[in-house]
Ligand binder design. Sequence first.
Ligand code: KG4
Ligand code: ZN
Length: 351
Amino acid sequence: MKILSIESSCDETAAAIVEDGRKVLANIIASQIDLHAKTGGVVPEVAAREHVLKMIPVLEECLEKGGCDWDDIEALAITRGPGLISSLIIGTETASVISYVKNKPLIPVQHIVGHIYSNWLYEENGEEKSEPEFPILILTVSGGHNELILMTDHHKFKILGETLDDAAGEAFDKVARILGLGYPGGPAISKLALNGDAMKFKLPQAFLEKGSLNFSFSGLKTSVLNATKKVVGTMDEKYKADMAASFQEAVVQVLSEKLIMAAEKFPKIKEIHLAGGVSANKRLREMIQQKLNIFNQRFDRKIIFRHPQSFNYCTDNAAMIAAAGYYLYEANPKKFKKKTNIVPTTSFEIW
Ligand code: KG4
Ligand code: ZN
């Protein structure tokens, strides 16, 4: 079954065609990074206007790349939220019109659930990995969201912990701004950190009260701000690299430590998944794998660690929306019909 999906929740206009929830036939992403780099962040109206311009060309390219015409597409999937409302509207309206005109069922998908399903994807010519096995412990690390989630079956989630203030990606973006590294901050910080000394600055790691699976990164961000204020005017490349490395290390330590703490609390889990934009971070992947190896050895477990197979599936993309949509549709096909009344939402709630 081929699903065509659209994602426009923030600053990427994206469309994809995915077969049976896993095999990616086309994954087109029109990034607005250059546009938003000028303002150091996303201006919602500017993003929405760009979605209007890019949506049709992206859809056309997607069908061509996937070697499909509309008759080959069985259903549509669309990000309903959370995200920027003006950006979401462009996607939901487009999907509604296609659903009506082409007479296809339309499946609304929650954006973070989409990120979770990025670990089911593989490229058309890539290696098909085994299907993930439940229960799965998931760390979602995005620009807007940061959660620890227990997934017991398809679309069955329990939130174990979440950020109390900034999300991990948001912290990367804000610290990058403090260091004058531009937007988006995550890739810039991780690149610079390669040349930095992660032990140079002792930054706070917020573990919160004993046993807590929640996160807090705003104190860490403030520490970077206070330290950097003292070197205004004299901040050189060495300082920036050392601060980037020290900051990244503090974030990665907390994220990986809490993930392993959660693994101890839920002894039945078979897999650990990392999802969302920050899952592109190599140091984070490395540290989780290291800690998991020790954990597996210590408790004689065989928990598998997965992160998205392609960097294109880490940050916002439509393939993940098609994957999530497929498993919703498969469970209850009659529920999804031709639809023109998808109302976008900014709420995180998983419906
Ligand atoms: O999931 P995503 O594309 O958008 C949201 O749903 O929020 O995540 C975007 C976030 C940005 O904050 C960006 O700085 C971060 O992911 N990011 C990274 C890396 N690549 C992207 N953070 C750390 N290291 C990276 N390599
Ligand atoms: Zn996202």
